[in-house]
Design a protein around this ligand. Structure first.
Ligand code: ADP
Ligand code: MG
Length: 357
């Protein structure tokens, strides 16, 4: 079995009456890239702060490299933290920011050694040539790299990153995703990356941990989360499913699309039928579908780079999305304001219900 780098056992953190973390249990292996995914306020930052030691939990234990560190002060934990707003020192240069922890820590390193280590990190994060600039003389993406390098010079075994790409524009975010993964692989340390973006979490993480209202509601590989979301909330949050309300009764689900056979369903607090955007098929309105179908009016299409998203509106106003991956061939085009039948293979639906086993 893989050794856990860190482990949380039943961690609860309250702020007054508010339960920011509710009985969180989780472990992370060596050399993993883990994403924490959750909406704003779900407890992501709190979870990182508890692991780093900036917050004390009311209940539960935190283990790091096999030791109970619940009561160990943050600066003795050897865990790196990259803050959401970077928190650079504005009056220091790039290299001074990066060497700050080594210069001011109890390491007793020589100036030459500090300089050597700082330059190594500058090289690693691609900032060579910018050593002597002020941190207000570099771009947002470069400041992000300084923040990362400053953490990495301390040679942590675990690096916590709080929405590290949130302040960057979309283009740069994509590039930094790849760089973060590459840097992590070169160093061989575990990264925990917090994000509110499902795309980012699913693209970055070897493993994705989904948080909602302070609770860990699912943990798995990107594929597992994508293919088997644990609850209607996770499915909704992934932003990849058309979700229909209705009634699950025995092996059938009745909704706006009529009645569909159900082979598997997961227990939940409500009845929901979910079908992925890229599992929908579009037929002429006169066709006779061999499965469940909804009549809907085509509204618009949006080009997303590797796929096209088509938006339809059902008679009840519900927007239904159909995604066409361009790798599967040229897309069909649809006439605005025309009716179509949207259908799918019911075997591919993800069904939740109060009476599911
Ligand atoms: P996220 O990072 O997922 O947006 P946070 O961990 O920052 O969420 O916050 C979780 C909940 O705890 C939120 O409701 C937030 O308002 C609350 N919270 C966070 N920090 C504090 C604090 N220092 N004092 C009081 N409430 C806090
Ligand atoms: Mg946060």
């Amino acid at each position: 079995m893989e050794t856990a780098v860190f482990r949380l056992e039943g961690v609860t953190k309250r702020y007054g009456d508010l339960v920011a973390l509710d009985n969180a249990t989780l472990s992370a292996g060596e050399n993993e890239y883990i994403s924490f995914l959750g909406p704003s306020g779900s407890g992501k930052t709190t979870l990182l702060r508890v692991i780093a030691g900036f917050e004390q939990p009311e209940q539960g234990r935190v283990y790091f490299q096999g030791r109970d560190i619940t009561n160990t002060p943050a600066h003795e934990r050897g865990i790196g933290f990259v803050f959401q707003n970077f928190a650079l020192f504005p009056h220091l240069t790039v290299i001074q920011n990066i060497g700050f922890g080594l210069t001011h820590g109890k390491h007793g390193l020589s100036a030459a050694e500090i300089d050597r280590r700082s330059r190594e990190m500058i090289d690693l994060v691609g900032l060579s040539g910018m050593e002597d600039r002020g941190v207000d003389q570099i771009s947002g993406g470069q400041r992000q790299r300084v923040a990362l390098a400053r953490t990495l010079t301390m040679q942590p075994k675990l690096v916590l990153l709080d929405e590290p790409l949130g302040a960057l524009d979309a283009n740069l975010r994509g590039r930094m995703r790849n760089e973060l993964r590459a840097i992590r692989e070169r160093l061989g340390v575990t990264f925990v990356h917090v994000t509110g973006s499902e795309n980012e979490a699913l693209a970055m993480g070897d493993r994705v941990v989904v948080l909602d209202r302070g609770r860990i509601i699912q943990s798995g590989t990107s594929d597992q989360i994508y293919d088997t979301p644990a609850s209607p909330d996770v499915a909704h949050f992934l932003n990849r499913f058309n979700m229909f309300d209705g009634t699950l009764s025995g092996n059938q689900f009745s909704g706006v699309f009529g009645t569909a056979p159900v082979s598997r369903a997961s227990r939940a607090d409500r009845d929901v039928y979910a079908i992925r955007y890229d599992r929908m098929r579009v037929l002429p309105v006169s066709a006779t579908p061999d499965g469940p179908a909804v009549k809907a009016t085509f509204i618009a299409a949006e080009y997303l780079g590797s796929s096209i998203m088509n938006f339809f509106e059902a008679s009840d106003g519900h927007v239904i999305e159909m995604e066409h991956h361009l790798s599967l061939g040229a897309p069909d085009s649809y006439e605005p304001r025309q009716d179509y039948l949207l259908t799918w293979n019911p075997e591919q639906a993800i069904v939740f219900g109060r009476e599911a086993a």
